[in-house]
Design a protein around this ligand. Sequence first.
Ligand code: AMP
Length: 541
Amino acid sequence: MSKYVFGIDLGTTYSCIAYVNEKGDSQVIKNSEGDNLTPSVVEFEEDNKIIVGEDAKEDTVLNEDNTVQFVKSLMGKTDFAIEHNNEARTPEEISSYILKKLAQDASEALDTEVKDVVITCPAYFGTAQRTATKNAGKIAGLNVLEVINEPTAAALFYGCTRDSENKTIMVYDLGGGTFDVTVMRVNADKIEVICSDGDHDLGGKRWDDALMDYLFDKVREQEGYDGEFDEYMQQNFRLKVEEVKKKLSFREKVNGTFEIDGKRIKLEVTRKEFDEITKILLNETLNKTNEVVRIAKSKGYDEIDEVLLVGGSTRMLQVKDTICEKFGKEKVKIFEPDEAVAKGAAIYAVDVYLNNKKIVETEASDIIKENKLNPDDYKENLSVETEMIGVGGVFREIVTATTKSFGVKAVKDGEPICLNMIKKNELMEKGFIEEKRIFKTMSDNQEIVNIEIYESDYMDDVIDVDDDFYIGNAILELPRNLSKDSSIEVILKLNKEGILEVTGIDKTSGKKVNVKLKTKDAMTEKKLEEIKEKFQGMLVV
Ligand code: AMP
């Protein structure tokens, strides 16, 4: 039995685990190397040993073919992350090693079991990506209480919910691989996501790429080098370039030592140069930010009261300065930006855990009353273990907005179209959103209806059918002799974890089909169990 519950920020480049300590403070747990952040890098060694974190990151140069980085960007999109020992490994499995390393190290550090966790994901993650995240937790042997949005976790950490007054806040989250911008309405009892947008290919790595290209040019000019930059050199540069970039957050200029054809050379970069070559990337984040502010305005939220900077890349001064200039210095908050999400998730984990427990207890107490049992015999089931966690769970309503649009394929005037039934950025007041619509059968004696679902970022009522957006289907079998134009009701229900339930009802016979959408890429329960079994007990270093 664990004394705590945990929050995990499963990041593209770095991951982090936190818990709420006895004093009620959210605290990051250091890994076995003594670091707060663990690189999200997994390496397979020849003897089947799996290495996660800093050592794996350093080995990317030497053991590139057996190393996986940026696996978060593959989650829910493909079944393949890497081939090892002639076996294709899924992104869920790779992510599970990262989770396992975090859990193992935290377990050792606190001398307790790590079981109940909340894992975070970007607000714009769709159904398949959220399911994959949850599955990664399951494979790692964890009990995933919930997968929550990173900006929601950040708002909890920054204490935005302490005041009773309503505030409109914006979370600008620039991490290692992704950019995420979200506008939320918060007060002491409620966090409401108004709208969000993001780019899953815009993060610190792109700043590294820009600096790397710039330095390659410098090497050609300065050193007269005219050879190729092979993979080894590129990897070596990548590690060094990140160090230079980080130092530029504190210094006006930095001298980095690099290796070219076995020869060590020194290259100087000034912050001015760095800012200049990456301005285009910063502008991309500003365009997304402006768009989200515009949508928030169109929903009646004219003024942003606070801007929270989250993600390691907001340590770059160009980000802080630009955002302060745009929104006003007094509105911008930046504090431990690379730990904020994990710490907020830990705060949320306590809330969820205690609230779940209260629900179970209320039910248990009702049963005891109804059956006139002696409550003393059921003490264990009834006491919320208050010593388990330093703080009491606060009930906060978290209202999220849809982060994708979901449409159904239909035929209009002989042409296939996609009708968006659930639209992106709609509030999910009750923790879910449900939309119903009546369609017609196409012909007499039609045997089935194939309800095909498409997930996209488009917010129009009708969009083109695009195979890239297809996520799955539900097949409704029809009774015999049904005539053309018979009514078929389609109900889409999306919950706050991004799981979509599709129901089709033949209104004539009442026949029904109901599926929790098995997305194209989400793993089946059977496959999940197989993987879980295979890797049970496996140690990760
Ligand atoms: P996160 O995913 O939030 O942990 O952010 C990781 C990204 O933040 C990586 O691209 C890091 O290189 C970047 N990062 C961390 N610290 C700094 C720093 N001091 N200056 C610039 N970038 C940083």
